[in-house]
Design a protein around this ligand. Structure first.
Ligand code: COS
Length: 382
């Protein structure tokens, strides 16, 4: 279907597609098996200027928005959701600075992100703060002309690989969600270290580590925006980033469908290629219908978010749920079409099915997304 992309948008998709075909697909099985971070592929993405697409022109980027990120991520995830997640997590990590940072802070951090010289990561989740984002226990206390941070962040994508971390910490425990603030912590800051790399079911090429802050001292100007606005910045950040996760579901679903159709045309049973059987055709048709419906919703939601930054939540959560539930179903069906071969590591669909599961969990479980949509409906019909 024609989604009427501008020339620039087509170029973004083509650039990401080339990286996927030439750099990601040939290495994805090896990266998955070795649990290896795709450093050189991310460097190739930097050279191709992919990290600049979501940074404003004033700070060295191309001034694209949520829609442009979605286009890039859809192509990258066709190759490997782990690699695409590493790219997406850098965008997620720098969004708080884009959303709430001062001009000085943007001047300091954004050009390095745009050039791909530095990567970012987002530090919200803790052992007791997952779906309940306001349950953060990491603290930040003023001591003279420094903030002192204490706490441990868990399951942080790009942890240990990035140079810039946006961290949620409690500055006023009595104020609940309004007592949270956000800070930039840099790799090498005193008292800042990393835990072990996690061994995951899927997206194994992405790196997931703890961030440990023990009397981590940072200068005053690392506070993002105003004290006490951290929770709102987190919510706005997730509103902008969730369509990116949705687009990972679209690229992944498309890749699984491609594999399933190619296989179904080649595999002969009962004297015919199995695509000739209606049982298989209907499965493939349902996969294609769900992917295209998801793509339409994700593109519309991303365009809506770029045009209406004050009204993002419902569109963002709707597309995240639809596209990622779809990706789980479509990758599972792709394994089914390939049968015993689909279950073997020799074919890429078993990895696709493993990679799909996290999409329903990270950046807000799909249960939380349904809560957000439900709460918005409640407000609309008040
Ligand atoms: N944009 C701006 N402000 C928002 C907002 C949004 N999308 N969502 C909530 N807020 C504001 C509310 O208006 C409220 O402000 P007031 O104090 O002025 O009333 C404040 O934030 C608290 O909101 P609420 O009471 O709805 O917060 P809850 O603690 O109930 O949490 C959910 C809401 C569950 C939606 C939130 O915790 C969430 O998104 N959880 C999932 C977190 C997540 O994605 N984790 C994955 C790891 S991060 S990669």
């Amino acid at each position: 279907m024609d989604y009427f992309l501008t020339e620039e948008q087509q170029m973004i998709a083509e650039t990401a597609r080339e990286i996927t075909d030439e750099k990601i697909i040939p290495r994805r099985a090896e990266l998955d098996e070795k649990n290896e971070f795709p450093t050189s592929i991310l460097q190739d993405m930097s050279k191709a200027d992919l990290f600049g697409i979501f940074i404003p022109e004033d700070y060295g980027g191309f001034g694209g928005g949520c829609f442009e990120i979605v286009l890039a991520l859809e192509e990258l995830s066709r190759g490997c959701v782990g690699v695409a997640t590493s790219y997406a997590a850098s965008a997620l990590g720098i969004f708080p600075v884009l959303i709430a940072g001062s001009d000085e802070m943007k001047q300091k951090y954004l050009p390095d992100i745009a050039s791909g010289e530095k990567w970012a990561a987002f530090g919200l989740t803790e052992a007791n703060a997952g779906s309940d984002a306001s349950g953060v226990q990491t603290t930040a206390v003023l001591d003279g002309d420094e903030w002192v941070l204490n706490g441990t962040k868990q399951w942080i994508t790009n942890g240990g690989e990035s140079q810039i971390y946006t961290i949620v910490a409690i500055t006023d425990p009595a104020k609940g969600a309004r007592g949270a603030s956000m800070f930039v912590v840099e790799d090498g800051d005193p008292g800042f270290s990393y835990g072990k790399k996690e061994d995951k079911m899927g997206i194994r090429s992405s790196a997931t580590r703890e961030l440990i802050m023990r009397d981590c001292r940072i200068p005053l100007d690392r506070l993002i925006g105003r004290k006490g606005t951290g929770f709102i910045t987190v919510m706005k950040t997730l509103d902008v980033s969730r369509p990116g996760i949705a687009s990972l579901g679209i690229g992944l679903g498309q890749a699984a469908l491609d594999e399933a159709v190619i296989y179904a045309k080649q595999r002969v049973q009962f004297g015919k290629p199995i695509i000739a059987f209606q049982a298989i055709q209907h499965m493939l048709a349902d996969m294609a219908i769900q992917i295209e419906a998801g793509r339409s919703l994700v593109y519309s939601a991303a365009r809506h978010i770029d045009a209406h930054p004050k009204d993002m939540s419902k569109a963002s959560s709707m597309c995240k749920v639809f596209a990622t539930d779809m990706a789980m179903k479509v990758t599972t069906d792709a394994v089914q079409v390939l049968g015993g071969y689909g279950y073997m590591k020799e074919y890429p669909v078993e990895k696709m099915m493993r990679d799909a599961k996290i999409l329903q969990i990270y950046e807000g479980t799909n249960q939380i997304q349904r809560n957000v949509v439900g709460q918005e409906l409640n407000k609309e019909y008040a």
